[in-house]
Design a protein around this ligand. Structure first.
Ligand SMILES: [Zn+2]
Length: 459
């Protein structure tokens, strides 16, 4: 068969399949090939999603929960979504954590004077105005702290733990302050949770518990943490002054952004797709998670542009306050609790819109088989892999997954994600328009087919 002839046949197939949703009803997942190809073409033919993400992050900057920039960004998105012709566009109110960083610094005062690179951890208490000056005890792990706990009293404990995996290493960020307070430390520092650094500190949320008083906590750049460790190993007396003006204000009003394409046959059954619209107060939150939020929005917009209206409702949700409280996600679940049983699937992109390989899926055996078939439709863009996971693959869909909703997270090339995660370097340029387009295609095909299949995904 000549290349010319196969091209003609491919065109003919597309032309036959596109206007025939009824054929798709009878033919199973495979019969969505034409629709899937048209969504893939639309999502990858230009840089529309990337340009819109640029408008968002350059126009509003970071979007920390409680900030005016988050609420202005939400107002802008609601207006744009209405302009796109999406339906039932609204902001659903939620109260959110309102933690502000204020001025902050770490100064080395012995064995020499130097300003170190740092970021306070989200949720940390502040210090007195003059700061806290104390000798530093550097440890590599919680186990080493346990062995040296007699030395920790009255000191600032620095956890200089090398990055292994994010779920493992982030325990030093989330749990370090409690562990250090338990052994009498007056403050805690961590080496940033990152596999690579150009002296770029990484923030992120910490936890306190009720058993010990909260102590101030900050992340140093990896380079600075390693230097203090070397100084200690040489026998130097390492002393720093930590100053943090951080404080928690009363909870603030925010909104989850919601917009729909109402289903043509079963409008009460819903496929949710989204990302989180808030970010940390550093960088632009382009990667985490502006890209995921805009990709989900663009996926639904493209359905509208192509005149596709699935059997069930497709709902884009941009959750607020993922980073320091998850109140957007829990608020969404609470406000829609009566309808959770009619949520057919929930999907989130929150790992950066890098090259997608497929999806991580949590759900039943029968549902996994169907999602795997939908994955076949994404092989043309290298995004057909379906990996079954046991827990919710993303944070904001977690409250829905816990109530039995099948959940999908994007499986993307994560090799650079933690270089920029929660830093000043999380800016638009770290993302690639073509890779982002393929993430849009993946979200559009998954959401459309699952929303349109004759039967809901089996629980
Ligand atoms: Zn995120």
């Amino acid at each position: 068969m000549s290349r010319f002839r196969s091209a003609v046949i491919a065109l003919a197939c597309t032309a036959v399949l596109l206007p025939m949703p009824l054929a798709a009803q009878r033919g199973g997942v495979r019969s969505y090939r034409g629709v899937a190809d048209s969504l893939i073409r639309a999502a990858t033919r230009d840089s529309a999603a990337y340009r819109r993400l640029g408008d968002l992050v350059d126009g509003f900057g970071h979007r920390q929960a409680g900030s005016a920039s988050l609420e202005s960004a939400i107002d802008w998105i609601l207006g744009q979504m209405k302009g796109d012709g999406l339906e039932n566009v609204r902001g659903e109110p939620v109260m959110v954590t309102n933690w502000v960083r204020g001025r902050e610094s770490v100064d080395l005062v012995s064995p020499r004077h130097a300003r170190l690179r740092m970021l306070g951890l989200g949720g940390s208490v502040g210090t007195r105005e003059e700061g806290v000056t104390a000798p530093v005890l550097v440890v590599s792990s919680f186990a080493e702290l346990e062995r040296r706990k007699a030395d920790a009293q009255g000191r600032i404990v620095l956890f200089d733990a090398p990055f292994t995996t994010y779920p493992e290493t982030r325990h030093y960020r989330t749990d370090g302050a409690v562990a250090a307070a338990k052994v009498g430390a007056v403050a805690t520092l961590i080496r940033s949770v990152a596999p690579f650094s150009i002296r770029s500190p990484h923030t992120g949320r910490l936890s306190y518990d009720s058993t010990v008083p909260p102590i101030p906590a900050a992340a140093l750049s990896n380079e600075d943490a390693m230097m203090l460790h070397r100084m200690q190993d040489r026998g130097d007396s390492v002393v720093v002054t930590l100053r943090m003006n951080a404080r928690r204000l009363p909870d603030a009003r925010s909104r989850n952004v919601v917009a729909e394409l109402v289903g043509r046959e079963k409008p009460d059954e819903v496929v949710v797709l989204g990302g989180h619209i808030d970010s940390w107060d550093v960088g632009q939150g382009a990667m985490d998670d502006g890209g995921g939020a805009v990709a989900a929005w663009e996926a639904v917009r493209l359905m509208k542009v192509l005149g596709l209206r699935p059997r069930r409702t497709v709902r884009v949700v941009l959750w607020t306050n993922e980073e320091n409280g998850l109140q957007g996600a829990t608020g969404y679940r609470d406000q829609h609790r009566d309808a959770v049983g009619r949520h057919v699937m929930a999907m989130e992109s929150d790992g950066g819109v890098f090259q997608p390989f497929g999806v991580n899926f949590v759900g039943s055996d029968a549902a996994t088989r169907i999602v795997t078939q939908v994955g076949e439709l994404l092989k043309p863009i290298g995004a057909g892999r379906v990996t079954r996971v046991k827990e919710s693959p993303e944070a904001d869909i977690g409250p829905l997954v816990d109530l039995g909703v099948p959940g999908i997270g994007l499986d993307v090339d994560g090799s650079r994600y933690f270089w920029y995660h929660h830093t000043d370097g999380d800016t638009l340029d770290k993302l690639d328009p073509a890779e982002m387009g393929r993430c849009v295609a993946l979200m559009a095909v998954m959401a459309y087919v699952i929303a349109d299949l004759p039967e809901p995904l089996p629980r």
